[in-house]
Design a protein around this ligand. Structure first.
Ligand code: ZN
Length: 150
């Protein structure tokens, strides 16, 4: 167990509730850093997503370090998190339209399951240099147009 100041703040008896006063401010002004699973209860990163929550504009209150400091993540207060917005039909349609633009070859109008190198090659590989496309890699035969891509 580490005996740094950050761990002292991890005491579950002092949950992060005060907002105006930065109780986490260290003399250097940095956010407290926790290692591995020592993060205090009430703070979360990935767990927010699991609970279908989002940070909702709040600033991170701490940093968690994994793999010996190689990976860092912000920690947020679960209390102040907001529920994630459900995907609406319009959103889904807009997303599909955006994906269709990146996955549809302008030459053969096949829509692939992966994004095409449109910026560099300008088309699918088959149209570019004749490399045959795997039959399972696209969803529409040539010539058939997708409503969302129109
Ligand atoms: Zn093509």
């Amino acid at each position: 167990m580490d005996t740094t100041e950050a761990v002292a703040a991890a005491d579950p008896a002092s949950p992060p509730a005060v907002r105006d006063v930065d109780i986490y401010a260290t003399p250097t002004g940095a956010l407290p850093v926790y290692h591995g699973w020592q993060a205090p209860k009430g703070l979360a990163r990935r767990q927010l997503r699991e609970r279908r929550l989002r940070p909702g504009g709040q600033d991170p209150v701490a940093v968690i370090e994994c793999r010996g400091g190689k990976r860092k993540a912000w920690l947020y207060e679960i209390e102040r998190a907001k529920p994630i917005r459900p995907m609406t039909f319009a959103k889904e349609l807009a997303l599909d339209k955006a994906m269709a633009a990146r996955q549809t070859c302008p030459k053969c109008s096949r829509r692939y399951y992966h994004c095409l190198p449109l910026r560099t090659l300008g088309s699918c590989l088959e149209c570019y240099d004749g490399t045959p496309a795997a039959p399972g890699s696209y969803m529409r035969p040539p010539g058939e147009h997708l409503a969302a891509a129109a």
